[in-house]
Design a protein around this ligand. Structure first.
Ligand code: ADP
Ligand code: ASP
Ligand code: MG
Length: 418
């Protein structure tokens, strides 16, 4: 017998028929003698609709009321899944975030989980009742409802798994595992049997939305055995059971558990970038602080930075990137600081994409970045900015080249499958 968390995303609960399919997956695990907590997302498209309604009502609105609206999608799916489980003879009840409670900070719209009380859940599980838990939502210190940021149900699932000391946390989604790159973009993408926490963390934060970044962080800290698998495989397919069951998906684990390590394990891309260029900034000490200080003071995350060589020794261009959602604010901050910065012009561009190669093997191999730059050059793709860390290299390019770049790099690093 094992204690399992099973998480189902939006496409897996998109309508009543799919909810019945989810219930069959849950029943299979219950029938095998396992204790099961299920975490569900809202039906596919629902959260987008809720966000759109909040924005339509007022483009600038109270974040607490935004959360009140967007958290409702998950209330529908937990209720429906509990009803369906009961219909097929499985004891189950729904739990909303506040009923557990899942405690968060008060950063509405992107709250972080601070504490999950697993007590009541564990008691019900031990009585043989399935807990059907609303993902994405929590409770702020002042008891207002919070949400965890888009894709946050993954994080709810991992936090629950840690709180109830689950043997496994299975993330069921619309692909059958983590691939070398988004399988919807590259037909030759290969499914990985295993990926290290660190690589998965980079993949997620660099744009692979198969897992929310925070969920991987939590899994790494709490040593949660995290697996990504398909909700569309037949629920009655033969399965191994127990804590160490090997599922046909991808296991996110310690790097020591991975025998064959590639230099580059995966490629991610993010269209969520915006580029800002300050033209003709004075080339003297203290200027960078005058640009990036006010951005930091306003909690705007700057990612890539380049300062061009000054041709005349007097002025230079500074380029940096911010998340697209923060561009308007960043522009506003820079315009206000323009008199102190003293630049001629502020240019912005949202027609850019960040493409990244990720792999633990980079630590011990030289020439990895060189292959990236040569591959892009051979396709005539211009690099606008570069950042690196120990296990990744990211480049910013014009967005029309994103698919070409991802495919070419996938081939160049020998990742293509059949
Ligand atoms: P869910 O609704 O189940 O949470 P998401 O849409 O959030 O599902 O995440 C699954 C999607 O992630 C897939 O449909 C796929 O297009 C995308 N994806 C991006 N990169 C990868 C990757 N490297 N491996 C697998 N899926 C990926
Ligand atoms: N329903 C939320 C969203 O669409 C949370 C999730 O699906 O993980 O972002
Ligand atoms: Mg998701």
């Amino acid at each position: 017998m094992a204690r399992l968390v099973m998480k189902f995303g939006g496409t897996s609960v998109a309508d009543v028929e799919r909810i019945r399919n989810v219930a069959s997956h849950v029943k299979r695990e219950v029938d095998a003698g396992n204790e099961v907590a299920v975490v569900v997302s809202a039906m596919a498209g629902t959260t987008n609709q809720l966000v759109a309604w909040a924005r339509e009502t007022a483009s600038v609105h109270d974040a607490r009321e935004y959360d009140t609206v967007v958290a409702t999608g998950e209330q529908v799916t937990v209720g429906l899944l509990a009803i369906e489980l009961q219909r097929i003879g499985v004891s189950a009840r729904s739990w909303l975030g506040w009923q557990i409670p899942i405690r968060t900070d008060n950063a509405h719209g992107a709250a972080r989980i601070t504490d999950v009380n697993g007590g009541a859940l564990i008691e019900r599980l031990s009585q043989g009742q399935v807990a059907v838990i609303a993902g994405f939502q929590g409770l702020a210190p002042d008891n207002r409802i919070t949400t965890l940021g888009r894709g946050g149900s993954d994080t709810s699932a991992v936090a629950i798994a840690a709180a109830i000391k689950a043997d496994r946390c299975d993330i069921y989604t619309d692909v059958d595992g983590v691939y070398t790159t988004d399988p919807r973009i590259v037909a030759k993408a290969r499914k990985l049997d295993k990926i290290s926490y660190e690589e998965m963390l980079e993949m997620a934060s660099l744009g692979a939305k198969v897992l929310q970044t925070r969920s991987v962080e939590l899994a790494m800290v709490h040593r949660v055995r995290l697996q990504v698998r398909s909700s569309f495989e037949a629920p009655d397919a033969p399965q191994l059971s127990g804590p160490d069951a090997i599922v046909p998906g991808t296991l996110v684990c310690d790097e020591e558990e991975i025998v064959e390590q590639q230099v580059v394990s995966g490629i991610a891309y993010s269209k969520d970038e915006a580029k800002v260029t300050l033209v003709k900034v004075a080339d003297k000490p203290g200027v960078a602080a005058r640009v990036f200080g006010p951005l930091a003071d306003n909690s705007i995350n700057v990612d890539m930075i380049i300062q061009n060589v000054s041709e005349d020794g007097k002025s230079t261009d500074i380029t940096f990137t911010v998340p697209q959602a923060e561009l308007a604010r960043a522009e506003d901050v820079i315009r206000k600081a323009q008199p102190e910065i003293g630049c001629d012009e502020i240019r912005t561009d949202t027609n850019v994409v960040k493409v990244s190669i990720i792999g633990i093997g980079m630590r011990s191999h030289a020439g990895v970045a060189k292959t990236m730059f040569e591959t892009l050059a051979s396709k005539g793709i211009n690099i606008l900015a570069i950042t690196t860390s120990e296990i990744k290299v990211s480049v910013l390019i014009a967005s029309e080249y994103s698919e070409l770049a991802v495919r070419a790099l996938h081939t160049a690093y020998g990742l293509d499958g059949q």
